[in-house]
Design a protein around this ligand. Structure first.
Ligand code: SAM
Ligand code: DTB
Ligand code: SF4
Length: 366
């Protein structure tokens, strides 16, 4: 592979334009990411393990629990999504949940051992009147000692700021796939729309959770294109969910040829190598994976999972089964990190992790 990461400190004394050019060259080219994918499997895994162990406890995994706080009836046409009103998936659309019911679910997630609670809404974008109850949810969940994450669609500047003021730790907004493949999956909003929301989230001082989906019929080059987009964000996301498409009947992607499991593991490994300090989350699609495949994903550098019997509208492995799996692998649940919203520089992230990784797990997995 061509070495893309050059020593920028050596360029400190050079003219600003030369330095800018050098920094531009330091970005991951799609070809470089594709070259990682091309490595023999064992070599790729070895490299991913090296990078992972440099920055993380290789035997700790962070547990996030998801809740759909507003289900279905979404006006976007994402081809993978059971919640789009463009597809006939027989999913009943609901209203935004009451704050009390959301907090009950968060309490249960915490009692079960989760350290982060992620609330998802099937919206193209939230209306301002939705943000008041959502801010109460964020404050309430935080007061329980859980990290907070929401995913509500596109945001305006003032909305990102309002969420930051409520103390939101993470905003999830996925690029989903490469710019080239994106048009085959979504027509109702652009790649740039997604990037703009991500910038607003970053500017508001909220940690960025951004990843994508594989197994949608994209090529390896297009998977590499997604990873390059994520890795070239400045800074790259603190949290990178890698979803394997959950095929839901009635969605246009039902019947897509599933991705080769080893190609999925490769995607995790490539994400780990290109975004060394990010939490890489083995996300949707775990229920369709056996234990051995999940173990390979952890070896490839995945260090976070969705934990709890339900994702948003589809099912996830039972919490009890996950606890058993982690125990069999000698993996402990990572304690909460409680990143301050304005303290998400990657070096700080690293230090927080190092500090907490050695201070026990949830008590369920050890
Ligand atoms: N509506 C908001 C949005 O799209 O940003 C938030 C909720 S949306 C369901 C969150 C993410 O879930 C999507 O970006 C997509 O990556 C993932 N997702 C949705 N349906 C999926 C499926 N069938 N399989 C895998 N991932 C899926
Ligand atoms: C993400 O990347 N994956 C999660 C979360 N962010 C919101 C959602 C997965 C959804 C899977 C399909 C469903 O359950 O509806
Ligand atoms: Fe709506 Fe999000 Fe589903 Fe797209 S992924 S249809 S924006 S809920």
């Amino acid at each position: 592979m061509t070495q893309t990461h050059i020593d920028l400190t050596a360029l400190k004394q050079t003219a600003p334009s030369a330095q800018a050019a050098a920094e531009a060259n330091a970005r991951w080219r799609v070809a470089d990411v594709a070259a990682l994918y091309e490595l023999p499997f064992n070599d790729l895994m070895f490299r991913a393990q090296q990078v992972h162990r440099e920055h993380f406890d290789a035997n700790a995994v962070q547990l996030s629990t998801l809740l759909s706080i507003k289900t279905g009836g979404c006006e976007e046409d994402c081809a993978y999504c059971p919640q789009s009103s463009h597809h006939d998936t027989e999913l009943e659309a609901g209203k935004l949940m009451e704050v009390g019911a959301v907090l009950d679910a968060a309490r249960a997630a915490k009692a079960n051992g989760a350290t982060r609670f992620c609330m998802g809404a099937a919206w193209r974008n939230p209306k301002d009147r939705h943000l008041e109850p959502i801010k109460d949810m964020i404050r309430g969940v935080k007061a329980m000692g859980l990290e907070t994450c929401v995913t509500l669609g596109m945001l305006e500047d003032h909305q990102a700021k309002a969420l930051a003021e409520a103390g939101l730790d993470y905003y999830n907004h996925n690029l989903d796939t490469s710019p080239e493949f994106y048009g085959k999956i979504i027509s109702t909003r652009t790649y740039d729309d997604r990037l703009e929301t991500l910038e607003r989230v970053r500017d508001a001082g909220i940690n960025v959770c951004c990843g994508g989906i594989v197994g949608m019929g994209e090529s390896r080059r297009e998977r590499a294109g997604l990873i390059a987009q994520l890795a070239n964000m400045e800074p790259y996301p603190e949290s990178v969910p890698i979803n394997n498409l959950v095929q839901v009947s009635g969605t246009p992607l039902e019947g897509t040829e599933p991705i080769d499991p080893f190609e999925f593991v490769r995607t995790i490994a490539v994400a780990r190598i290109t975004m060394p300090k990010a939490m890489v989350r083995l996300s949707a699609g775990r229920e369709q994976m056996d234990d051995a495949l999940q173990a390979l994903c952890f070896m490839a550098g995945a260090n976070s999972i969705f934990y709890g019997d339900q994702l948003l509208t589809t099912s996830n492995p039972q919490a009890e089964a996950d606890r058993k799996l982690l125990q069999r692998l000698g993996i402990s649940a990572q304690a909460a990190q409680h990143l301050p919203a304005d303290d998400h520089a990657h070096h700080a992230h690293h230090e927080h992790h190092e500090h907490h990784a050695h201070h026990g797990g949830c008590g369920h997995c050890e």
